[in-house]
Design a protein around this ligand. Structure first.
Ligand code: FES
Length: 166
């Protein structure tokens, strides 16, 4: 499966056989404080599951929510958005805008059958490596408890997309 990130580069994600299912999580993470925090988790040896693929964005407020939809449509089981803590966004209030938009999207997706437990938002600061590891682990367990993402989501998204194109 291919995911296009904000820089339009592509990444290949293997689709495992059903029997070997493990939750696949995409984390859109702000390059400033939050990515530094995630990096600190790694260098500090704070363990978190390898199920989480990080995609850096210049600011959480810069995240195009279509990437969240695209991730779900392509079979990703859960999405995490991570921004700098309140008052630490390098662009003013991008983090707060991102949180508001994400809440709206989450509510809309719940109406079409996407379980809220697949969509998570968190703040992680530059010195919060252990927090990032904890959040990542919690998200993986939340999605694991829901099972694989449903084909319903993929079908609905494909249908709505083709309706827009026609
Ligand atoms: Fe990190 Fe805006 S710069 S959320």
């Amino acid at each position: 499966m291919t995911i296009v990130d904000q820089q339009t580069s592509t990444r290949e994600i293997e689709t495992p056989p059903e029997s070997d299912w493990e939750p696949r999580i995409v984390a859109f993470i702000c390059s400033w404080c939050s990515y530094t925090g995630a990096d600190l988790a790694g260098t500090a040896g704070a363990q978190y599951p390898p199920n989480v693929r990080l995609i850096r964005v210049p600011c959480a407020g810069r995240l195009d929510l279509l990437f969240v939809l695209e991730s779900l449509q392509r079979g990703i089981d859960g999405v995490l958005v991570v921004g700098c803590p309140p008052d630490h966004c390098h662009y003013g209030e991008g983090n707060l805008l991102a949180q508001r938009r994400f809440r709206l999207l989450k509510g809309l997706l719940e109406h079409v059958g996407v379980e809220p437990g697949r969509l998570h938002f968190s703040w992680v600061g530059a010195s919060e490596g252990p927090k990032f590891a904890r959040v990542a682990s919690e998200v993986v367990e939340s999605v694991r408890s829901l099972g694989p993402s449903r084909t319903l989501v993929r079908g609905m998204y494909a249908a709505s997309r083709s309706a827009l194109v026609e």
